[in-house]
Design a protein around this ligand. Structure first.
Ligand SMILES: Cc1ncc(COP(=O)(O)O)c(C=O)c1O
Length: 380
């Protein structure tokens, strides 16, 4: 009975907890990803209230399901894309190209051509080679330099892969200008699921110095993109979102000229809490003194981020004595272990397990490895 379910005791409230009956009542075999439209709306409002709607660009990579994207288009946010596939989803829905940006500093030529032909807002650069590629394919494109910044406090760091050093950024923008591109601003990403607000402040400080130097060298920048990375509650608590957003924006406004426009490109924070992944228990075993519980959803078909240490809050469709499990997915690969030390009330084969905060970076990462289902997205 959903009414008697108790959250695994990790001490943190989860937004969709009160929707358990609806989440479990979906008429679909497991696994499936239940998405709550109201929760998406609430997250959008948090961002739109602080930054204003036209400055919020949903990072499509977090969840590119057409129903999710189409709802977000109706809610009036813009979109951040990285690939031709993501661009095609948006163009297929008639999203206005001016409402699309790309924060990916290493893009395919096909993507650049399609994005530039339709005139999307701007694209990120962080290397000379990217400038040369863009200038050959899409001269006149507006570009922003993505800076490398600290990812301290982020559970899913991105920093080693991308970003120009702040002391080389102006040089790169000047080079872009020489090659027929239009320097338009700066960006950074503090890493995904960043729970440390000071990391944004440090990045803003570094970016404001680059901005000043750019102005001294005659560049006229307009956009300061503060990236994504805004955290959602999993097992660990996170700062209050409205207060955190407000405080980051105020700090940024104090360090840039008044004409700077602040963009954000959240993914996880828009869709993460809106999703609950529902799986079923496939088996249970005792091995080497440990209780193992096997689900029909695992690392390969939705829970890839557990390999980086993300620990989802969850409940089982049973009320009983708590037992500590090693939780595993269905595939034959021993890598397919979701988490150790998960406390659940001894579910039986066929019981459902609801995994909260699972709207972002789950189904988009999933594969059909070993013939298991990619969970369908069911939006309510
Ligand atoms: C360029 C860019 N922007 C935005 C995001 C969204 O980040 P998050 O989901 O942490 O908000 C990402 C995530 O990888 C990204 O690479």
């Amino acid at each position: 009975m959903p009414g008697s379910l108790k959250l695994q005791s990790n001490g943190h409230p989860v937004s969709l907890e009160s929707n358990l009956e609806a989440i479990l009542g979906v008429d679909s075999p497991t696994p499936y990803l239940y998405i709550d439209a109201q929760q998406i709306n609430a997250a959008v409002e948090d961002f739109a209230h602080v930054f204003s709607r036209e400055n919020v660009f949903y990072a499509v990579k977090a969840n590119s399901d057409p129903a999710v994207v189409s709802l977000l288009a109706k809610l009036g946010v813009g979109f951040e894309v990285s690939s031709l596939g993501e661009l095609d989803i948006l163009f297929g829905m008639g999203v206005e190209p001016g409402r699309i940006i790309s924060g990916n500093p290493i893009k395919s030529p096909e993507f650049i051509e399609a994005a530039a032909t339709k005139k999307i807002g701007y694209m990120a650069i962080d290397s000379q080679v990217e400038v040369e590629k863009l200038s050959e394919i899409a001269t006149g494109t507006k570009v922003i330099a993505r800076l490398v910044v600290s990812n301290e406090g982020s559970d899913w760091p991105l920093t080693l892969k991308y970003g120009v050093e702040p002391d080389e950024a102006v040089q790169l923008l000047l080079y872009a200008s020489d090659r027929g591109l239009i320097p338009h601003g700066l960006s950074f990403h503090v890493g995904s699921q960043c729970r440390r607000e000071a990391t944004w402040r440090d990045a803003i400080d570094a970016a404001s110095q680059v901005w000043e130097e750019a102005e001294r060298k005659g560049l006229d920048l307009a956009i300061m993109n503060l990236g994504g990375g805004f955290p959602i509650p999993y097992e660990k608590p996170v700062p209050d979102r409205p207060a955190m957003l407000e405080s980051i924006l105020r700090y940024a406004q104090g360090r840039f000229p008044s004409r700077a426009q602040f963009h954000v490109e959240p993914g996880r924070a828009i869709i993460g809490e809106a999703g609950a992944l529902v799986g079923s228990v496939l088996g249970q075993a005792q091995r080497d003194g440990k209780q193992w519980l096997y689900l029909d959803v695992g690392v390969f078909n939705g829970l890839m981020e557990t390999v980086g240490g993300i620990r989802y809050p969850m409940v089982a469709e049973r009320d009983g004595a708590p037992t500590t499990f090693t939780l595993a997915g269905p595939s034959c690969d021993s890598f397919d272990v979701i988490a150790n030390d998960v406390v659940l009330p001894s579910p039986k084969v066929g019981d459902k397990v609801v995994i909260f905060s699972a709207g972002a970076y789950t189904t988009v990462y999933a594969s059909r490895f070993n013939g298991y289902q990619i969970p369908p997205v069911i939006i309510h």
